[in-house]
Design a protein around this ligand. Structure first.
Ligand code: ZN
Ligand code: ZN
Length: 215
């Protein structure tokens, strides 16, 4: 449990944001143990209470963003991986609950935003498709694999390149874990094919970049 009690702090420390003394209504970043005024981190009193209850503690704005504004997805994935490495779904659920509090929104793109660069056609798959399908619409294109081919492919389709692969993986992992009960009880559950041996294992593997590698 993260320790937010003022009485247990050794001394009055300056807020990592405004540099004034942090003597009241403060939160501690669990990564580097810096203290901040709750308002300097722009979190509500209720959110502070929730962070207080979460075993993993709070993550400050500078630790979870690239420039104080843009969310650092690689760091987000690293936090999820740390929880997933325990192989316990309950631990990953706790990490996902914390990430959800950061309120990072998935930004879909419109067709107008997508500029498709020249793509590499997978000639072998094309040959197979021509052999087994009566009608083949479009060319199969190559994406980078290494356990990320699904997200790279979706990024390529949505954004025209693979640059949003990590972002997609992060948001999909959050959704899979957060709504695991509804997915596991879905009426078409038997027709949903998991990439890993079970739904729980798929969540765990999704939390690790490259986690769906068959190598
Ligand atoms: Zn402050
Ligand atoms: Zn921090």
């Amino acid at each position: 449990m993260a320790d937010f009690s003022i009485s247990k702090r050794i001394a009055i420390l300056p807020c990592g944001g405004c540099r004034l003394n942090c003597s009241f209504d403060c939160v501690k970043c669990s990564l580097f143990n810096n203290w901040y005024h709750r308002k300097c981190q722009q979190i509500s009193a209720d959110e502070r209470k929730i962070y207080n209850k979460i075993e993993l503690g709070y993550v400050c704005v500078s630790c979870r963003t690239l420039d104080g504004i843009e969310f650092d997805y690689l760091m987000g994935m690293r936090r999820l991986k740390n929880a997933a490495d325990t192989k316990v779904l309950a631990k990953l659920k706790t990490a996902v609950t914390r990430e959800t509090l950061f309120k990072i929104e998935f930004k879909p793109v419109s067709d107008k935003d997508v500029v498709f660069p020249p793509v590499r056609v997978d000639v072998i798959t094309k040959e197979v498709m021509n052999k087994y399908f009566d009608e083949v619409i479009g060319d199969p294109i190559i994406t980078t694999g290494k356990g990320n081919c699904l997200f790279n492919a979706v990024s390529l389709i949505l954004y025209g390149d693979e640059s949003k692969s990590v972002q997609l993986r992060y948001h999909i992992c959050l959704r899979m874990v957060r709504d695991s009960t509804s997915y596991m009880n879905h009426p078409h559950r038997k027709r949903i094919q998991c990439l890993s041996p079970s739904y729980e294992a798929t969540c765990i593997d999704c939390a690790t970049i490259g986690g769906f590698s068959s190598a």
